[in-house]
Design a protein around this ligand. Structure first.
Ligand SMILES: [Zn+2]
Length: 268
């Protein structure tokens, strides 16, 4: 009888501790509610790159050398992915085998989300492909802007980059897009508070001569960072014009504008 009661106590304790573990898991993972900008900043904060990793600008845009900092590679060398005779743009990808099944699913879901709304078709790498996206967990989340040739790294770190929004964001870079806050017409829509930006990070807010495809500036773009991006003092680095209270930089997936300009850029 006593053995039975001890078993019962043990089972109760086991259930109780499991319930606590579950509560802890629920409490920890609030990341889904964070905006894409917050996720990217969190993942790339205190990043220590390996010797073979690229320099980053704008928080998560890879460049081949420091000299490329202010240039949009697309403007000088043509970085669109090529279109096939059937009207689709096929982009090979390779997903490194160090991802778990769940992580891989998030990445594949992000890749596939483009095919329902555009003529972009990400497809698995095949022997003989000359240009492809090599999706790997390196240090942080980052991508080059546009097609740069060969196997180009899209880093989606295990540590903080595996969300639908961050996958779409990095893929949009690879397709040729820059951050919304660096758009050529930015100053009509966003006021940058230069004094609040971390020293040395001002270049993240330099405007680029972007092709805006006739689409309006979009506060809800998945490429728009949030109000406190790169702030050194917890004061806003960006505020909307004219009404500074308007919400922006809260996207958790591509907006209709992101989709429209993608379709226009690739003439889908
Ligand atoms: Zn970015």
């Amino acid at each position: 009888m006593q053995v039975f009661s001890w078993c019962f106590v043990f089972l109760v304790l086991l259930c109780f501790s499991w319930a606590q573990v579950e509560v802890a898991i629920l409490e920890v993972d609030t990341s889904q509610e964070l905006s894409v900008g917050e996720l990217l900043e969190r993942a790339n904060r205190d990043r220590t790159p390996d010797f073979d990793e690229p320099v980053l600008i704008g928080g998560d845009i890879a460049v081949r050398s420091e000299a490329d900092r202010n240039a949009d590679p697309c403007t000088s060398s043509g970085c669109l992915w090529l279109k096939y005779t059937d009207g689709n743009v096929y982009i090979p990808y390779y997903i490194a085998n160090h991802y778990s099944d769940r992580e891989r699913e998030i990445i594949v879901r992000g890749l596939q989300s483009f095919s329902t709304v555009s003529c972009i078709r990400f497809r698995p790498y095949q022997n003989g492909d000359h240009e492809w996206l090599s999706i790997e967990s390196r240090n942080g989340c980052y991508s080059y802007v546009g097609r740069v040739g060969g196997g180009q790294t899209v880093s989606l770190s295990h540590q903080g980059c595996l969300y639908h929004s961050t996958v779409q964001h990095e893929l949009l870079h690879a397709l040729g897009f820059n951050h919304e806050q660096t758009r050529s017409d930015r100053d009509n829509h966003i006021r940058v508070h230069w004094d609040n930006i971390i020293e040395g990070m001002e270049y993240n807010f330099y405007k680029i001569n972007t092709l805006n495809q006739g689409t309006p500036y979009d506060y809800n773009s998945v490429m728009q960072y949030e109000r406190y991006a790169f702030s050194k003092n917890n004061l806003p680095t960006m505020e909307p014009i004219p009404n500074s209270n308007v919400s922006f930089g809260k996207a958790t997936q591509m907006s209709q504008n992101d989709i429209d300009r993608l379709n226009r850029l690739y003439k889908c």
